[in-house]
Design a protein around this ligand. Structure first.
Ligand code: HSE
Length: 409
């Protein structure tokens, strides 16, 4: 029997407990041993669950119990999750987590500690919820150098943008609906400001490039400035509007990592990933493009990924199977001013298409129904971000920038 402890009995933790109970027999077959949930740490009481007798409020009952081999951290947040996970690894327990903030901030340290202690630190559920992505990247794509990752990594913002595109809901109305349906938190900033997507692209980029990429190094924009006018122009340009996390290998040991809304051309597979679904498009140098698609959040999809990690550990309890990436002091992430992109602009002011072309070079001019006379919208050619900023400066007061969004190439 393999004894497991859960830290946190919220959405994910309770889903893990449920799957361990409901699928006990098939999991035993797959893991080669009985997976037994022995303890659950939570400050709340849950008298009506099948595990009611196994709850504790004392972390020490888990960390000091030598019979507990696997600890699932599903409490979220950086502290005390980091201290709890570190203490468990130090005691020689393998840890499974769904906590993207923890992995994005402390991944390298915890991976090193797991290696030292010859145990595992797994986090399949931290990106893409139920989509298998971490292990496929690490193992199934081992023969590849990953050169590019594009991801729709946040279900809440994808739901909001889908409502704006398909039902012409305003951002505010779509956000209220997302909150009503339980997708968005009361304070929705981590989702709508791109923070959650940033943590997830950091994890994927760290895995792809072998060095820890920290969220603080990544230029991150959210979706709260997107308007229905931008959505209409995107449609007329043959694109969908999505919040994209992207990471690319650049020449000279550098990489670009960015989170921002983007016009996604409809022939790109990510353009049709709607509602709360997530999608990740990878490019490996041997295999070419691979698309991962599925539910990026929710109780059972996320718990499914956690339980898969548990089964993997159960099959090899005493070896360190952990994937690795190292801590990095080097400036691996290039400055955003050097990234090359094409841009959509929506301007208000006395600026003619001819004048705009003079400033930005060849443009694709866009139009929409009921377009005011003093509004112009266009897509530029590709240029360094610093050039776009310099042109905006040169334009000065002649026009006001109402919208500026990158085009996914
Ligand atoms: N808030 C996240 C989302 C949950 O909307 O995708 C999963 O990480």
């Amino acid at each position: 029997m393999i004894k497991i402890a859960l830290i946190g009995h919220g959405v994910v933790g309770s889903g893990v407990a449920q799957l361990l109970e409901e699928k006990r027999e098939s999991l035993e077959q797959k893991a080669g041993d009985r997976l037994y949930c022995a303890k659950i740490l939570d400050l709340r009481d849950f008298p009506h669950t099948p595990y009611a007798d196994r709850f504790t409020k004392d972390f020490d009952e888990i960390v000091s119990d030598p019979t507990i081999q696997i600890v699932v951290e599903a409490m979220g947040g950086l502290h005390p999750a980091y201290e709890f996970v570190k203490a468990c690894l130090e005691k020689g327990k393998s840890v499974v987590t769904s906590n993207k903030e923890l992995v994005a901030e402390k991944g390298a340290k915890l991976l090193r500690l797991a290696k030292e202690k010859n145990v595992n630190f797994f986090f399949e559920a931290s990106v893409g919820g139920g989509i298998p992505i971490i292990r496929p990247m690490h193992l199934c794509l081992a023969a590849n150098q990953i050169d590019k990752i594009y991801g729709i990594l946040n279900g809440t913002t994808n739901f909001i943008l889908t409502k704006m595109i398909k039902e012409q809901m305003t951002f505010q109305d779509a956000l209220l609906l997302a909150q009503k349906l339980g997708y968005a938190e009361k304070d929705p900033s981590a989702d709508v400001d791109g923070v959650d997507a940033c943590r997830k692209i950091c994890i994927l980029a760290s895995l792809a490039f072998g060095k820890q990429i920290y969220p603080q190094e990544v230029h991150t924009e959210g979706i709260s400035q997107i308007t229905l006018e931008d959505v209409e122009y995107a449609k007329n340009a043959g694109c969908a509007l999505k919040l994209i996390g992207q990471a690319k290998r650049l020449s000279g040991e550098k990489c670009s990592v960015l989170v921002s809304p983007a016009f996604v051309p409809i022939d790109n597979q990510l353009s049709s990933i709607d509602d709360v679904f997530n999608g990740v498009l990878l490019k490996g140098d041997a295999t070419g493009e691979v698309l991962f698609y599925g539910k990026g959040a929710g109780k059972l999809p996320t718990a499914s990924a956690v339980v898969a990690d548990i089964v993997h550990i159960a099959k090899s309890p005493h070896t360190s199977l952990s994937l690795t990436w190292e801590n990095s002091d080097a400036d691996l992430v290039a400055d955003i001013s050097k990234y090359e992109n094409a841009f959509y602009y929506r301007l208000r002011g006395a600026i003619s298409p001819k004048k705009a072309q003079k400033l930005w070079g060849p443009l694709t001019i866009l139009s929409r129904k009921n377009q005011p006379e003093d509004e112009i919208a266009f897509i530029t050619g590709r240029m360094p971000e610093s050039n776009a900023a310099a042109i905006e400066k040169e334009m000065g007061e002649e026009a006001e920038i109402l919208g500026k969004i990158r085009i996914l190439a």
